[in-house]
Design a protein around this ligand. Structure first.
Ligand code: CTP
Ligand code: MG
Length: 225
């Protein structure tokens, strides 16, 4: 049951409007990417931690060493391309499972990751961390046209945990057919394979816009105390 982690970290962070890609913003003493990698390095079950960064990224190689399992790979145009490139990077000695986790989610709970891995391996099915939608959800443009029942709505988080072969095949064919893929689960669903929903902490936010920084910094400082 070998497990490799894949960390997509090749985005430019356009919504953050910062002078570096957001994964290199300093928060609570280190970069967001270093926080994320320190979290993953606590998982002894990982054989490798593949970090997909842009081929021209000048920052990654300057980070202080965190874990000997970390390897740099080339990202791609979209997040799904970065993940597929990382899967292909592992092709010569593929793991049985892969755990894909956004660089931009440093707040993830190790306990939640362990639950996700245990439940998926136990049932021999892939799955994702997700959190039940809390707000009332509206559909519309200028005016609300409808209130969407939220009892079966979830926010997809990461990590997302799938069998290596299943994810590689699903991502490859979905991308080849031009399907919009925003997470691993959307490719697996498209391939008609099960995606187990594992309830995870809702503070596992994806740091995306400037207003996320204060909250994330506060929570990261608290986790270290
Ligand atoms: N990502 C990636 N390769 C891409 C695009 C995104 O590896 N071509 C990564 C990001 O670095 C991030 C994660 O996927 O860790 C989630 O993506 P997102 O939050 O959208 O980050 P960005 O694409 O960088 O931000 P934005 O969409 O605002 O530009
Ligand atoms: Mg993006």
């Amino acid at each position: 049951n070998t497990i490799a982690a894949i960390v997509p970290a090749a985005g430019v962070g356009s919504r953050m409007q910062h002078n570096t890609p957001k994964q290199y913003i300093q928060l609570a003493g280190k970069t967001i990417l270093e926080h994320t990698l320190s979290k993953l390095s606590q998982l002894k079950s990982l054989s490798q931690i593949v970090v997909a960064v842009s081929q021209t990224d000048p920052y990654f190689d300057t980070l202080s060493p965190i874990d000997s399992r970390i390897i740099r790979a080339n990202g791609g145009q979209e997040r799904a391309d970065s993940v597929l490139n990382s899967l292909l990077f592992l092709e010569s000695n593929p793991p049985k499972w892969v755990l894909v986790h956004d660089a931009a989610r440093p707040l993830v709970s190790i306990n939640d990751i362990e639950t996700l891995i245990a439940q998926c391996i136990n049932d021999d099915e892939g799955g994702i961390l997700a959190s039940k939608v809390k707000d009332t959800i509206k559909r519309g443009h200028t005016y609300s046209e409808q209130t969407v029942p939220r009892d079966d709505l979830w926010q997809a988080l990461t990590p997302q945990f799938f069998k290596y072969d299943e994810l590689k095949n699903a991502l490859h064919s979905a991308l080849a057919q031009g399907v919009t893929i925003t997470d691993e689960a959307s490719a697996i669903e498209w391939a008609n394979k099960p995606v187990k929903l594992i309830a995870g902490r809702s503070d596992n936010i994806k740091i995306t816009t400037p207003e996320d920084l204060d909250l994330a910094g506060f929570l990261l400082n608290k986790q270290h105390n």
